[in-house]
Design a protein around this ligand. Structure first.
Ligand code: ATP
Length: 135
């Protein structure tokens, strides 16, 4: 079994899509190991997106993720990292995510693309430690 960090980003919380995201996670056969509504500090946002530091969209990414509450979750199950990324769909909700995925069904823009999911075991370990240090 594997763990991944999932975020419902501020656009998803604002639009009332938290239940939709959680329902799809559960229907897929994954479990919630932690779940919390949070407002992200600038510090946590910078650490979470450290790999994008220096990119042209870094500042707007931080502005966006700190713009309102997010739902943070640790999701657990067999192949949880890849399984959630399949549920999420590609980063660009129109060019990459296909209909049937969360981004394909519910998002249009690259920045406000509804959800985040860890992209590797290393990222998952780092992100879970950052968001849920007691786990
Ligand atoms: P996430 O890490 O949120 O699951 P991802 O792994 O699909 O997304 P990354 O390439 O890690 O995508 O980018 C992280 C986030 O930064 C994206 O989800 C998106 O919100 C934002 N982002 C990525 N590329 C761009 C871009 N060119 N312009 C604006 N925002 C971007």
């Amino acid at each position: 079994s594997e763990r991944t960090l999932v975020l419902v980003k501020p656009d998803g919380v604002e639009r009332g899509l938290v239940g939709e995201v959680i329902a799809r996670i559960e229907r897929k056969g994954l479990r919630l190991a932690a779940l919390e509504l949070r407002t992200v500090s600038r510090e946590v946002a910078e650490q979470h997106y450290a790999e994008h530091d220096g990119k042209p969209f870094f500042t707007s990414l931080l502005d966006f993720i700190t713009s309102g509450p997010v739902v943070a979750a640790v999701v657990e199950g067999p192949r949880a990292i890849a399984a959630f990324r399949q549920l999420a769909g590609g980063t660009d909700p129109v060019e990459k995510a296909t209909p049937g995925s969360l981004r394909g069904d519910f998002a249009v823009e690259v920045e406000s693309n509804l959800v985040h999911g860890s992209d590797s075991p290393e990222s998952a370990a780092r992100e879970i430690k950052l968001w849920f240090p007691s786990l």
